[in-house]
Design a binder for this molecule. Structure first.
Ligand code: SAH
Length: 373
């Protein structure tokens, strides 16, 4: 006997559409499609992202019939938090579960009246940068919109942010696990929600996307969602960068710098941040600082020097403070604003490049529990 739609519904097998995965335009289309006013999209976004409400029955400005319809056909399902760690410096790290096999990490870094949320875009990462812990776990999959914006949603709830007046998250950086430009559509839809006045209302200066240099993605971003851009540069010549950041073989330095110039021009001479991890005896000499200044000469640029954060199984060593200072002073002497990024949350492995999300060990423990170990 053929099973009917109603049967499948009864068995709870109908795949429900998770409205968390829809940005504002897609949500408007959804409501158009079910014969509802597209304005419902704004109402839902406000409930979910401003008030943190995901239970349809509390959405009192929607008719009862619509609430029923939504309850039967859709869901609002953010990811969940498996674990929370709080550093002695106040940094918080959440292990965010996205499915039974995978977790990503999200980090909140408070600093005075600023609060920066570092968001992941992929489970693992395919880029294999040699100094990054995330690379060691390989690539599992792209995160959905619901899983990316869901990290902001979860952090806002955990921090007690329920309106603009209780704002705790003042900045978001797409600098967690993964390469956001390789998950372009979902990263952009999520960043649009971060900037949507009906959701988190952050200005585009306060939303930063960090990339290892995926040139086609940077070009698209300039046209479609020109947020603040950070480039993980880490070397001044292709020979070294090919080794440290292997995607450089595809998108070499000269082309990357040219693309950055165009991005800056497209964003009214916006400043581009260049990140440079300080690796002892690898990329940290004063002549390298001089070459970096030359390279960035024609771009409105700011440089963030990131002292290398170590992790198990890695052979790099952090540059000494005096080397980092000398490097910074050489860049500053060329008129480039340069700061040494403070290492935050390293006691809980929440610093740059230390995020792993525990994916492999979870997989391992799941496999062993299946074997009854
Ligand atoms: N894939 C993106 C975003 C994630 S990495 C990108 O490459 O930009 C976020 C930043 O941390 C990048 O600048 C990255 O190069 C840096 N980073 C990675 N591993 C690090 C480590 N072990 N110590 C310090 N910084 C690191």
């Amino acid at each position: 006997m053929k099973s009917t739609q109603a049967d499948t519904d009864k068995m709870g097998e109908t795949p429900q559409i998770n409205l968390m995965n829809l940005g504002s335009p897609a949500l408007t289309d959804y409501f158009d499609g079910i014969g509802e006013n597209g304005f419902r999209s704004t109402q839902i976004i406000k409930w979910v992202h401003q008030h943190g409400v995901i239970d349809y029955s509390s959405m009192t400005n929607l008719s009862k019939t619509l609430r029923e319809k939504l309850k039967n056909n859709t869901e609002l399902r953010p990811p969940t938090i498996d674990d929370e760690q709080i550093s002695e410096d106040g940094t918080r790290k959440w292990l965010v579960r996205t499915d039974p096999f995978n977790c990503v990490e999200t980090v909140f870094i408070p600093e005075g009246d600023r609060g920066t949320l570092c968001v992941s875009s992929q489970v693992g990462c395919p880029l294999n940068c040699q100094f990054c812990a995330t690379a060691t776990q390989g690539f599992s999959r792209n995160l959905s919109v619901g899983e990316i914006i869901g990290q902001v949603w979860l952090a806002a709830r955990k921090l007690g942010q329920s309106s603009a007046s209780t704002r705790k998250i003042t900045n978001v950086v797409m600098m967690g696990m993964g390469e956001p430009l390789l998950n372009f559509d979902n990263a952009v839809a999520s960043m649009r929600l971060m900037m949507d006045d009906n959701a988190y209302g952050l200005s585009k200066r306060r939303v930063t996307l960090s990339t290892a240099g995926v040139i086609p993605g940077i070009k698209r971003l300039a046209n479609e969602c020109p947020v603040s851009l950070a480039i993980s540069l880490h070397a001044t010549n292709d020979e070294l960068r090919n080794k440290l950041v292997p995607i450089n073989r595809k998108y070499p330095i000269a082309e990357l710098i040219q693309t950055c110039k165009e991005y800056s021009r497209a964003t009214n001479d916006g400043t581009i941040t260049f990140e440079y991890v300080m690796l002892k005896d690898v990329n940290d000499s004063v002549p390298e600082a001089r070459r970096l200044a030359q390279l960035l000469g024609e771009i409105p640029a700011k440089v963030n020097l990131i002292p290398f954060n170590t992790f198990k199984g890695n052979h790099f060593v952090r540059s000494s403070e005096s080397h980092i200072d000398a490097f910074r002073e050489r860049l500053s002497a060329s008129g480039i604003i340069t700061i040494t990024r403070k290492t935050r949350g390293s006691d809980i492995d929440a610093a740059c490049g230390q995020l792993v999300g525990d994916v492999t060990s979870k997989k391992r423990s799941l496999a062993s529990s299946k074997r009854g170990e």
